[in-house]
Design a protein. Structure first.
Length: 187
């Protein structure tokens, strides 16, 4: 997968996974109407490049380094552009939204708020190799057809960290999801 596609995939999969998730064994209580939703994300990414990648760039011939750096800059610009995806919200998805099996045992999740209009959780993951990440998601239901929120993720590793701040707006489109299942990237 290209650097650009990887960056976009990370941003969108984070949004889709975090957009409506809850503590293991608990359903999401947001009073959203079920059906087809459109989520618009506005990600901002900042941080340092891993030291190994910096060393690899320094060892490249100048022309090759310039091409790789240009590709990386284009990928960052693409990752930070607005993205739109469609999600199918079902009762089953909301009741099983937080799949604890998909998160390593080194992760600790805390449900801060889970009401009909507010949702917030915090997750901290610390891995043995010095890497880790934290996630905080906050959502506010404006009415059953509109929500807004933010997702903040900080990924750390030896000698570097990357921060993603994503603002999200969601709107209900229809009671039927049609062909949309687990998320379709529109833009």
């Amino acid at each position: 997968m290209s650097i650009k596609r990887s960056a976009i995939a990370i941003a969108l999969s984070t949004t889709a996974a975090v957009a409506l998730s809850a503590q293991a064994g608990q359903p999401v209580n947001l009073g959203v109407d079920k059906g087809l939703w459109e989520l618009t994300t506005h990600p901002r990414v900042s941080g340092a490049m891993p030291p190994q990648l910096q060393q690899q760039l320094q060892s490249m011939p100048p022309a090759q380094r310039a091409r790789v750096e240009a590709t990386m800059q284009a990928a960052m610009a693409a990752a930070q552009s607005e993205h739109v995806l469609k999600e199918c919200m079902t009762a089953r998805r909301l009741s099983n939204a937080f799949d604890s099996a998909s998160h390593p045992a080194q992760c600790k999740s805390t449900l801060v708020s889970n009401t009909s209009t507010e949702f917030e959780y915090h997750r901290v993951c610390a891995l043995k190799d010095g890497k880790g990440h934290t996630e905080t998601a906050r959502f506010h239901l404006l009415d059953p057809h509109h929500l807004s929120g933010t997702v903040d993720i900080v990924t750390t590793g030896p000698g570097h960290s990357i921060t993603v701040h994503e603002s999200i707006e969601g709107k209900w489109l229809a009671s039927s999801c049609g062909a949309v299942k687990d998320g379709t990237i529109v833009k």
